[in-house]
Design a protein around this ligand. Structure first.
Ligand SMILES: [Zn+2]
Ligand SMILES: [Zn+2]
Length: 646
């Protein structure tokens, strides 16, 4: 009898696959005594992906039972779930999804084994004659998303009924899978939604129908995931942006281009003002640069070589063409800038620089435009036009380590001031195949970044070989209130741009030296950071950021005048306050203020007027009555000045 991986690892139902000599394989794989075999649990990321992908097989089987004319696309696991693409005569309806879930439960309960079978290309072509998309994958390398092919062998996975031994269904796939369908928990998976999708993501290809699903080790895990999604949906910045009247994306302007409404404008201004102040204190100098430039600049910087896909097409200016079409003067191509770096480098190079000026830190709220495909544009987090809090630091190599160190501290402290405080760091290191700069420079910069990260005492994740070709990078990943990770700040060392722009400074020894350049954006972009904060706070911004900090609510019209004077005093102290003098009843006004997530309400009736007091109501619904106006003002002004979180 042959020994299988399952025999070696034993394992209960939480073991879904094995790692054999480092590779994920089915538990039924025969193993030799010298093989290193490890159990992979459904609770690990790899095990979970196998569970989800196996569930995708069951979905595909159910689809072909219900729609025999459906043709199979691909069905990989993805974050939190899986999808499968089908060529269908019509799109799926919500009723279809319900019926498919039932059919899937029946398949799961019938306990079909996933049996691996190696086929040669001729057999595969014959077997898959009715599956044109699968056929196209044979002989291809497959992409990162493609589960079907890859590796040395072509394999088909047959679904075999445990009792009858009959083959029920099969799919071209490289695997691995769970041993049988009963490993999938019937009430721990769900079909989530459908979408149109192009074959292999290319819009020149056929349009297929994609079904997204999610699958978990237990019913409780599924429930927790659905609750999380609901919470994320409530916090969706696009939804809150409309509800709280903060910003919009007018169709007339175009996809990915936002306008900020007055309340969003206030938040944005406060964010910028505070950042400006901190940068001023941090020794940055403020510069400005235009939004468009001749193409020549981006040739020099290299962007036109390696970034042109992300740039808007050029506009040709200053051409002279006669009525008969004779070109008298060739035009010049101008581009919208996708990055500010080349312009800042021109500022550095505008005159001779001395070592005494270094580190030179140039800061700009620089608006850039990047061409994102319409499919990936997403609210403020992935827009086509946005403003970076961008700075470029030029320093000597000797200064680099200390500069990176203080920069990372500066970055984390700034993010903390905005209310994010759960971080980890990611260090992207050199890909030796493609990089400029010497070994020595890379080692020095990478070690400096690593050392500065270690000083912070935060988890450091290595992104081996993930750096851009021009230098290593550290990025700050922040967790929000519901545990989602957002990539925030990036700090990028660059050995290349100073070369391309021939930047130099005069050293203490009187000779010329090449500076090191550090790129850094702490918010990433104001728009994106705005969205992250909006979702983090679910719209309930801390007092210092709230667009309206106080709403004053009179019990009746008779108290309007009194609250006007209180509001006047608050305004004198710089507080953003409104008096609600609408025709509504007081309770309605309180609800309105709650809905707009105002931090403080000051309510006044006859007793309050007589006592020079107010009822002080907080966003969480708690209320203190008979608070002297002076005390209320002091409390509010203090909370704003201290940037308290509530
Ligand atoms: Zn598969
Ligand atoms: Zn830059």
């Amino acid at each position: 009898m042959t020994t299988t991986a399952l025999d070696v690892v034993g394992g209960d139902r939480s073991t879904v696959v094995a790692r054999i000599n480092g590779e994920l394989r089915d538990l039924s794989t025969p193993v030799a005594p010298e093989d290193v075999v490890e159990a992979v649990s459904v609770d690990s990321p790899e095990g979970l992906a196998v569970l989800r992908h196996s569930t995708a097989h069951v979905l595909a089987q159910a689809v072909q039972q219900m729609f025999p004319e459906a043709r199979l696309g691909i069905g990989p696991p993805i974050k939190d779930g899986f999808y499968y693409d089908f060529d269908m005569p019509r799109p799926f309806t919500p009723e279809d999804l319900e019926a498919l879930e039932k059919a899937m439960v029946a398949i799961i309960k019938s306990g079909q084994r996933f049996e691996r079978r190696v086929v040669d290309e001729g057999e595969a072509v014959r077997e898959l004659a009715a599956e044109p998309y699968k056929l196209r994958l044979i002989g291809s390398e497959g992409g990162a998303d493609v589960m079907e092919v890859g590796g040395l062998e072509l394999t088909v996975y047959d679904n075999v009924d445990a009792k009858t031994g009959q083959r029920c269904w099969g799919d071209l796939c490289r695997g691995p899978h769970v041993p049988d369908t009963r490993y999938i928990v019937p009430n721990a998976f769900k079909l989530m939604r459908t979408a149109a999708a192009y074959w292999l993501g290319d819009q020149r290809n056929e349009q297929l129908q994609r079904v997204y699903g999610t699958a978990w080790p237990s019913k409780d895990d599924l429930r927790a995931h659905l609750t999380f999604l609901e919470e994320a949906e409530k916090r969706d910045h696009r939804r809150l942006g409309a509800e709280l009247d903060l910003f919009s994306f007018p169709e007339q302007i175009g996809s990915g281009l936002a306008v900020f409404h007055p309340k969003g404008g206030v938040i944005r201004r406060v964010m910028e003002d505070y950042s400006r102040t901190r940068h001023e204190q941090g020794g940055y100098e403020f510069v400005n640069s235009p939004h468009i430039t001749k193409g020549q600049l981006f040739e020099q910087s290299g962007h036109l070589d390696w970034y042109s896909d992300g740039m808007y097409p050029p506009m040709q200016l200053d051409a002279e063409i006669d009525a008969d079409g004779t070109v008298r003067r060739q035009g010049v191509d101008y581009y919208l800038k996708p990055m500010n770096c080349p312009m800042h480098s021109l500022i550095f190079g505008a005159r001779g620089r001395s070592y005494r000026e270094l580190p030179l830190r140039l800061f700009e709220f620089g608006t850039v435009y990047r061409y994102e495909k319409s499919g990936v544009v997403q609210g403020l987090t992935r827009a086509r036009g946005f403003t970076q809090d961008d700075a470029h630091i030029y320093c000597s190599r000797e200064q680099m380590a200390a500069e990176l160190d203080s920069l990372l501290t500066f970055t984390l402290n700034l993010l903390r001031d905005y209310g994010l405080d759960d971080f980890y760091l990611e260090l992207s290191t050199r890909d030796p195949e493609k990089s400029v700069g010497t070994d020595e420079e890379w080692t020095e910069a990478t070690e400096a970044l690593r050392a500065s990260a270690e000083v912070q005492g935060l988890d450091l994740v290595l992104d081996e070989g993930g750096a851009a070709f021009y230098g290593p990078k550290i990025s700050v990943q922040a967790k929000d209130a519901i545990g989602r990770t957002w990539q925030m700040s990036t700090i990028q060392v660059d050995f290349q741009t100073p070369q391309r722009f021939d930047l130099e400074y005069q050293g203490p020894d009187g000779t010329r030296h090449r500076p090191v350049m550090i790129h850094r954006a702490l918010f990433g972009s104001i728009e994106r950071f705005f969205a992250v904060l909006l979702e983090h706070y679910a719209g309930a911004f801390p007092p210092w950021l709230a667009p309206v900090q106080v709403v004053a609510i009179p019990v009746t019209d008779a108290h309007n005048e009194y609250l006007d004077s209180v509001a006047g005093r608050l305004r004198e102290r710089g507080v953003r306050v409104e008096v609600d003098t609408a025709d509504d009843r007081m309770q309605k006004k309180i609800r309105t203020a709650q809905k707009s997530k105002v931090p403080y309400m000051l309510i006044a009736g006859d007793d309050d007027v007589a006592a020079g007091a107010v009822s002080f109501r907080y966003r969480d619904g708690t209320q203190k009555n008979g608070v002297l106006v002076d005390d209320a003002i002091t409390e509010i002004v203090d909370a704003i000045a201290k940037r308290t979180q509530v």
